[in-house]
Design a protein around this ligand. Sequence first.
Ligand code: NI
Length: 387
Amino acid sequence: MNVKELAKKYKQYAIDLRREFHMNPEPSMKEIRTSDRIIEELKNMKIDCKRVAGTGVVGIIKGNCKGRTVALRADIDALEVTEANEIDYKSKVDGLMHACGHDAHAAGLLAAAKILNDMKDELNGTVKLFFQPGEETAKGAKKMIEEGVMEGVDGIFGIHIWNDTDVGKVSVEAGPRMASAGIYKINVAGRGGHGSMPHQGVDALLVGSAIVMNLQSLVSREISPLDPAVISVGIFNSGTRFNVIAGEAYLEGTTRCFSMEVNDSFEEMITRVAENTAEGYRATAQVDYEQLVIPTINDPKMSAIAEGAVEKISGKDALITYEKTTGGEDFSFFTQKAPGAFALVGSKNERKLQHFPHHHPRFDIDEDALETASALYAQFAVDFLNK
Ligand code: NI
């Protein structure tokens, strides 16, 4: 049997598992039951596996012939959302839900493991199955890489179930696909005083306001208009009372972009503007910058393999283009170690279920997407190794 036929054979397996994961969501980096079940399933298939990054799992399928190594990645964590769907596989955990579809990723990759395990005599090389914890907090991929999972990996492929796209359709074009994300925190120190005598103090609230305004000039004046970028301020806290000059201010915000060049310039730009603005008002500013994820950029060769795989399993019409999105993905860190491609696998079907976006309390998917997901994972691995 080929990949497509095997994906059909294991479709119900994937659906059952997805529903089980859906009923038992776990928070990021605490996917204890989920990873136990993944290990149990891999052991049932007699696939070598080990725990990584706490609650992550890596499974290894060795082909009949020696060759390169490909990694397939599924994230497995849920979200702090209370499920509002009335379905028989509704989340059993109050306040937690698989509202992003990672239950489908885990189930899809386990079904792909079955497919590849059945076909291992035909594989030239090794498949590493990455079940990654903590995607929502952008901690899991980094931790797995620190523990060496990318050693010897020649290419990596990941998917995201995508509710903004019709079931059966897949987007995996080359180039930027998802944005970087950074968090900056700015502490402004002035000098407090009486609101009636502002000249005796240094008004940190005014300094903070000026920083908010000046940060807006970075995207409009320093970054190329051909390079999309965002610098948003999300928190601005200052002041305690109507007649007190604020001695401190606190700002926090996020950055997004699609190129490493812009991404690498954010920290310097924000620090320069905050420090120099504060200095102009006789205050000081201290900036902390944390990189959550870098941009997810599909390697052209890897995208071409993935597009070929989509055509094999679903036909030419299944391939669509989809505008890159400002959401972030820590899959991007894997692509710093080996070329990679990330596919969006459509799961919307308004004839079957009402459509809700990712992270919505009524998020749900057309489970036909599981067949596409598992077939695509497996076909990508076969084509990458046997090329
Ligand atoms: Ni997600």
